[in-house]
Design a protein around this ligand. Structure first.
Ligand SMILES: [Zn+2]
Length: 379
């Protein structure tokens, strides 16, 4: 098919998609020809989506909403403003957008070392943040990997000194989100043979290969799971496919064992799509009630990020492409196409073609219920 006629087909098919034409048909049509076209006609078949994992600073809220509007993201969760000094100004700036943006509070874990009263004060700090509108508590990856106490000892995620914080989150009826460790490759030697070398070369600080400085990845993931097991009434939102997208069979076992473990897929389509379509489908189908759509799109004053990679300002088309690869992975049956965060690795991914019923949960219902978004008039 000539490029122009392919485009006109896509245009028609795009309109057809709303009337029930399958996205798979669209994707197949698009792949005819040598070069992959940007995926300009795909849309989430459920019409609207919650992005349960993005990052926004106070000056970038308007740009974020605009990008969301252009890509059928109806609600975005700003996953963690760290420390009172960044959380409260953001809440003030985001007040007019309560039905579009929710925000999690994140502790500045360096206070464990720098504030002698941190452990006794922390639960009340969380209460105050929730009173100011926090919809969850986020723990960034420094907990477990780097954050130390007054004695300069690494604080484990399942340290009992932190239990009152998790208990307070439970009493406040908010979820706890964990970003724990990082991709497997970041724990392997920092050299050009590393499969994530492009990313590590750009961010040498993301390498946790030095065992004299950093604990092993599996041990830290287990500490997180210990907390989830110990507090069964609290719901835990585990970012990036519970930070183990390389091994979805293990994540699946964790989710079987821990019914309060939820997982977002932010910035991990590259890993998810490396599994066979069959394994990917099995994972999403089995855990369809506890998987959350997310992108890790970051909106910052100094430049934006799509999942990972250098800071830049993305054009409308680049953003369109980024979100569309997500729809393509979840909705089509395409094979071997580029994943949305190319810096994460040179391989291609296979889509998993989920049913509309499952997509409705992943795009909308799961996050809506988990964060009780009816409170904010989100509809
Ligand atoms: Zn993130």
């Amino acid at each position: 098919m000539e490029t122009s006629s392919r485009r006109s087909f896509l245009k028609k098919a795009g309109m057809g998609a709303a009337a029930g034409l399958s996205l798979g048909a669209l994707c197949r049509a698009e792949k005819i020809g040598e070069k992959e076209e940007p995926f300009l006609s795909a849309r989430p078949i459920t019409g609207k989506v919650i992005d349960a994992h993005c990052h926004i600073d106070p000056e970038s809220i308007k740009r974020c909403i605009e990008t969301m509007d252009n890509n059928l993201i109806h609600y975005g969760i700003n996953i963690g403003m760290t420390g009172d000094e960044s959380f409260y100004p953001f809440m003030t700036a985001a007040k007019p957008y309560q039905n579009r943006i929710g925000t999690m509070y994140a502790f500045d874990w360096s206070l464990m070392k720098n504030d002698p009263d941190f452990f006794s004060k922390a639960p009340d700090m969380l209460t105050r943040a929730v009173e100011a509108g926090a919809i969850g508590l986020k723990s960034f990856k420094d907990l477990g990997l780097m954050a130390r106490d007054r004695d300069d000892a690494l604080v484990h995620i399942d340290d009992p000194r932190l239990f009152p914080i998790w208990e307070r989150a439970g009493a406040l009826n908010i979820i706890v989100a964990f970003h724990t460790t990082d991709p497997k490759a970041f724990f392997e030697p920092w050299n050009p043979q590393n499969e994530r070398w492009k990313e590590l070369e750009l961010h040498p600080g993301w390498s946790f290969a030095d065992r004299s400085k950093y604990p092993p990845r599996d041990a830290v993931l287990q500490q997180r799971n210990n907390v989830i097991r110990r507090f069964p009434r609290i719901k835990f939102h585990c970012c990036h496919v519970a930070n183990n997208p390389e091994d979805i069979k293990t994540v699946s076992k964790w989710m079987d064992e821990l019914p309060n473990l939820y997982a977002d897929i932010a910035a991990r389509l590259g890993e998810l799509g490396r599994h066979s379509a069959k394994d990917g489908q099995a994972f999403f189908t089995r855990h369809q009630d506890r998987i959350l759509f997310g992108t890790d799109r970051m909106f910052f004053t100094g430049g934006d990020i799509q999942g990972a990679g250098p800071l830049k300002r993305f054009t409308k088309e680049e953003d369109h492409w980024f979100y569309q690869v997500h729809w393509r992975y979840l909705q089509s049956h395409d094979k071997q196409f580029e994943h949305p965060v190319p810096i994460q690795g040179d391989w291609k991914i296979d889509a998993i073609g989920l049913d509309k019923k499952i997509l409705e949960k992943i795009y909308w219902k799961n996050a809506y219920q988990l964060f009780r978004l009816d409170r904010f008039g989100v509809a």
